[in-house]
Design a protein around this ligand. Sequence first.
Ligand code: GLC
Length: 507
Amino acid sequence: MQWWRDAVVYQVYVRSFSDSDGDGVGDLEGIRSRLGYLELLGVDALSLTPFCTSPMVDHGYDVADPRAVDPVFGDLDTFDALVADAHRHGLRVTIILVPNHTSNEHEWFRAALESAPGSPERARYHFQPGRGTDGSTPPNDWTSEFGGPAWTRVQDPDGGAGEWYLHLFAPEQPDLNWTNPEVWADLEKTLRFWLDRGVDGFRIDVAHGMCKPADLTGSAPEVRFDHDDVHDVHRMIRAVLDHYPGRMIVGEISVGDDARFARYVRPDELHLGFHLRLARAPFEADAVRAAIEGSLAAVAAVEATPTWTLSSHDVPRPVTRYGGGPAGVARARAMALVGLALPGAVHLYNGEELGLPDAELPDAVRQDPVRDRSGPTRPGRDGCRVPLPWEGGPPGYGFTDGDPWLPMPDAYGRLTVAEQLEDTTSTLSLIRRALELRKTHPAFTGRGIEWYGAPDGCLAFRRDGSTLVCALNASAEPVPLPPGDVLLTSGPLVDGDLPPDTAAWLV
Ligand code: GLC
């Protein structure tokens, strides 16, 4: 059953969704208590960010044990109860796997540090001697995605300066060596562990990572990602999933080239792949259209299903990206209708349905390692990770009875779920209505789109074999609507015209 082909998947940033025990950090029990809300919202599936045992240097993307729940989030019994309850609510549950690296507190990495160069323990990671007579220069010039060199030097068990290990992200996230059969076997074990517990699928973090060139020394080419061998890993993952009917796998694939991207969603690899192409496009008709066209062409070449996302825990929220204030909100609402009108799967990031802006945070409370590692030349990703406002007032707005792990801005008080449920013009009401139409209206068919001519700064497309038209006005002037009956608009029409920063669905 290919439920994922047109699913709306809701990404839960577990730390920030709902806190059941007052420690200020969201948890699995908190998610369980909000399933009614997610059913009401009308999404099909949840995608949980990492909740496994972790020292939380990168908030769970540094996994110390991929088959255990971190106590801050709950335990396996709570996880099982969450899956069972979600299924009763008609919601599927998918989880995120992080196969590119482990935490430096994973038992394998600890064992590697205690073992000698050349040992089997070190062979699960990428350890290399340094360059220069005293080995004090890293093995190659690779940089980390978070800033600084991608190598850190360790002390040998005898206390002397030792080898270097590779980490494409933080030093606390050593990269696994994907030429090692033990690494493959362990991922397979993790996949089966969660599949047997009833999860409906996985999102693969850094799905374009994992495999590295055979020679990582001095002259190593700058191919840190998208190595050809990674496709064998995805084929293994897919082969495991194929034993579990109805389960889905989606990759986070940061590969700019459309043809290279398409390789990840070939028939024997991942079911879905998303990149942040639409999320990175500015609010300009040409840029939005190019992102859509590129994504559609890429998946069409391999007969795969497109996946759309405007938002994630890694990028500023749409409201902020599109300029903030009332215009930012209007544009985010308009782009939500564009994304939801397209054929394929859609990923919503929690809080997107509330039209939340990024929170402005004082440096002292920021936690993302990107900030420190980059100099700081980048602010880090905390602004889009602030907890969700559910109801009431500060400091926790119903997210927590304690103090939220990141402070929640005053502006969130007007954007709580409770307030927005009461307001038919709220962003939450718009998204609920859009999801309902998407699920129930017969015009949401067809696997491709046809572009319509549109005034400058605007775009319009029709779903193949259907009467559904989506029009977006990203220009500064009102424009006439395409012909048809209006099904939904992201904001009020003005004298029957589509005003700037607004989208409409027509049939
Ligand atoms: C991915 C995640 C990001 C994380 C990184 C390292 O890019 O989306 O949040 O920091 O991988 O695991």
